[in-house]
Write a protein that binds this ligand. Structure first.
Ligand code: DGY
Length: 327
């Protein structure tokens, strides 16, 4: 029996690769670099399905030109801001994503950033690694304690809730904003703010967990920053596009924001160069979901979706959008 053709744009953890090799005729990207759009379109010619990542930008032109043989596109991510969903819907191509499997790993990284920023981990590392560490002086590298402080969570979905669970263990008080309040049994003692401005006013620490959409893009701009308590600490593991980099950088320089822990950047893997030159930033290269367990689970879920659609079964996690509903 001939195996379905699957376009595979990246290298995945071993178990995922083994499943691809077992079940598909894989058309792989020979380079480590993302496919150009033309290469992606050529690879898709005659293919049954595509398995892509955040690095692949699927815009309206892509969907106008993509092969009619493609029955599903699965992205190896919970975010889908790199895909023009309306254009996919016009072509009636279902888009699958990987929700629910990266919560814990991403929440761990949010805590790493929160602690790294508040305890000045970058400067501390620098002292140790450059040999500049002098005998203990009581005012060396004084940071900001997290216990007893308010952690504001923008976006109280699965990752936001996982961060809240961890932060409570550090003695933080949880406040949040989302489109609606959580049921009391899930919210527990977390304080809901219907208006995001009220969340900002309360947030001594702010952690972003909203998807990037036209509504949330550039949420954290100069005006929003001006509402934060002076000396607030900002953490972002969601999407770089939620932040206006110039505004956050200005606030980090003035001390209006004391420190920032960032795992995601607008335009990544490029980032605003001033983030790197600031000492009060703790920066990571988008590794929120980067554990063997999570990255394997993401790959398996993406492949479950591909398999379901190609076998005429309901796909477990299609993007909740127009794509498969358009008449
Ligand atoms: C996602 O799943 O969208 C993460 O940002 C990448 O792992």
């Amino acid at each position: 029996m001939t195996q379905p053709i699957l376009v595979v744009t990246c290298r995945y953890p071993k178990d995922v690769e083994d499943r691809i090799d077992r079940d598909y005729n894989a058309r792989r990207n020979p380079n480590q670099l993302p496919f150009s759009q033309q290469e992606l379109l050529s690879a898709a010619a005659g293919a049954d399905a595509m398995f892509i990542t955040l690095g692949d930008q699927l815009d309206s032109e892509f969907f106008q030109r993509v092969s009619p043989t493609v029955k599903i596109i699965a992205t190896y991510s919970v975010g889908f801001d790199h895909i023009d969903l309306e254009a996919a819907a016009r072509r009636k191509i279902p888009i699958a994503y990987t929700p629910g499997v990266n919560n814990e790993a991403t929440a761990d990284i949010a805590m790493l950033l929160l602690l790294g920023a508040s305890r000045r981990a970058y400067e501390a590392q620098e002292l140790v690694r450059t040999g500049a560490w002098k005998p203990l002086s009581p005012d060396m590298l004084l940071g900001w304690q997290v216990g007893g402080k308010v952690l504001g969570i923008l976006g109280m979905g699965r990752v936001g809730q996982a961060v809240a669970r961890r932060a409570r263990g550090f003695g933080m008080k949880i406040h949040y904003h989302d489109r609606s309040a959580l049921p009391a049994e899930i919210a527990g003692d977390a304080v809901y703010h219907k208006d995001p401005s009220d969340l900002l006013r309360a947030s001594q620490f702010l952690s972003l967990h909203a998807p990037e959409t036209p509504q949330t893009r550039h949420f954290l701009n100069a005006k929003a920053i001006s509402l934060l308590p002076p000396g607030a600490i900002v953490v972002n593991t969601a999407r770089g596009g939620l932040v206006v980099d110039e505004d956050l950088i200005a606030a980090l320089k003035s001390g209006r924001v004391a420190a920032a822990g960032l795992d995601v950047f607008e335009g990544e893997p490029k980032l605003h160069p001033e983030y790197v030159s600031l000492k009060n930033t703790f920066l990571l290269p988008h590794i929120g979901s980067a554990t063997i367990e999570t990255r394997t689970a993401m790959g398996m879920l993406a492949l479950d979706n591909v398999e379901a659609v190609l076998h005429g079964r309901p796909a477990p996690t299609l993007v909740p959008a127009l794509s498969w509903k358009v008449a």
